[in-house]
Structure formats: C-alpha cells, structure tokens
Write a protein that binds this ligand. Structure first.
Ligand code: HEC
Length: 139
C-alpha cells in the first residue's frame, strides 16, 4: 500500500469511530424513562429527598432546587449518568448510598419528568456506562 492509501484508511477508521461514538449518544428528550418509573421515583423522592429539597423540588436551606432554571442551568448538555453518580454517592445527604440502584434510577426518572423531559417506552437504566450516553438535551 502506498503511504497515501494507508493514511486515507487511518482517517477513514478514525471518522467511523467518531461517528459511532456520536451515534451512541441520546437526548434525554427522546423518552428515556417510563411513566410508571417516574411514579415510583416520585414516591421514593418524597420519602428520601423531600425533607431537604421540598416536595415540590423548590429546595431550601443548603439544599438546591431540583427543578426549573436552577436544574436546567446546572445540567444542560451534561450526561444523565453524572447526575445518577453524584446523587448515588452523596444523597440523601444524611445517608448517602442508602437506596438501591433501581431506586436512584427511579428518582432520576422522576427528576426528568418534572423538568420537562417526556416519558417513553423503556425504563431508565441504572447502568452508568449507558447513562453517560444520555445527555440533558431537548433534541
Ligand atoms: C438531609 C438533607 C438532604 C436530603 C435528605 C437530600 N439532599 Fe440532596 N442536597 C442536600 C444539600 C445540602 C445539597 C448541597 C450540597 C451538596 O451538593 O452536597 C444537596 C445537593 C443535591 C443535588 C445537587 C448536586 C449537584 O452536584 O448539583 C442533587 C441533584 C440532590 N441533592 C439530589 C437529592 C436526591 C435525589 C435526594 C434523595 C435521594 C436528596 N438529594 C436528599 C441535602 C439533602
């Protein structure tokens, strides 16, 4: 093979890799959780989170609001996986990691539902490798 052909092949492979990586990303607006899951998440949120973040997500004291512009500005463009990881590692602030993974996923689904992201057919996973390809984007 001539050098230029090898070079062309390398560029081609690199471009394919970039395209595959981009294709894996999904927007949170594509319906990445189910209605049923958000309902379970609502119950878990009210039990484990509402005492500090308030039942309506408005926040209070040191606990930030988890809705509206505060939430939108904090997470815009970020992976849902980061929210899952932070919440699991640090929340509830008085008892981190005290819930099951599927309960944390339910609560994240509830937060999505309350922040204008529509429900879909498939449950939000609690697998962080999958969740890091779901981005807080409207499209
Ligand atoms: C005992 C009070 C308390 C409880 C209960 C609590 N939080 Fe928090 N939360 C806080 C405080 C204080 C902060 C701000 C300091 C921090 O980020 O550690 C916070 C921050 C957060 C943040 C912002 C993190 C960031 O990096 O922007 C999220 C999201 C969050 N909490 C979600 C939850 C969820 C979901 C639950 C229930 C599973 C929960 N919290 C339960 C007190 C609480």
């Amino acid at each position: 093979m001539r050098t230029s052909t090898v070079f062309g092949t390398v560029i081609g492979l690199a471009m394919t890799a970039v395209m595959l990586a981009a294709a894996q990303d999904r927007a949170a607006a594509d319906g990445v959780y189910t209605q049923e899951q958000a309902k379970r998440g609502d119950a878990a949120y009210q039990r484990a989170c509402a005492s500090c973040h308030m039942p309506d997500l408005s926040g209070g004291g040191f606990a930030p609001a988890l809705g509206e512009e505060t939430f939108a500005a904090r997470w815009r463009g970020e992976p849902v996986g980061d929210l899952f990881t932070i919440v699991k590692a640090t929340m509830p602030a008085n008892e981190p990691q005290s819930l099951r993974d599927d309960e944390y996923a339910d609560i994240v689904a509830f937060l999505l539902s309350r922040n204008g992201y529509p429900a879909g057919e498939k449950q939000l996973s609690s697998n962080v490798d999958e969740l890091k390809h779901v981005l807080f984007r409207k499209s």
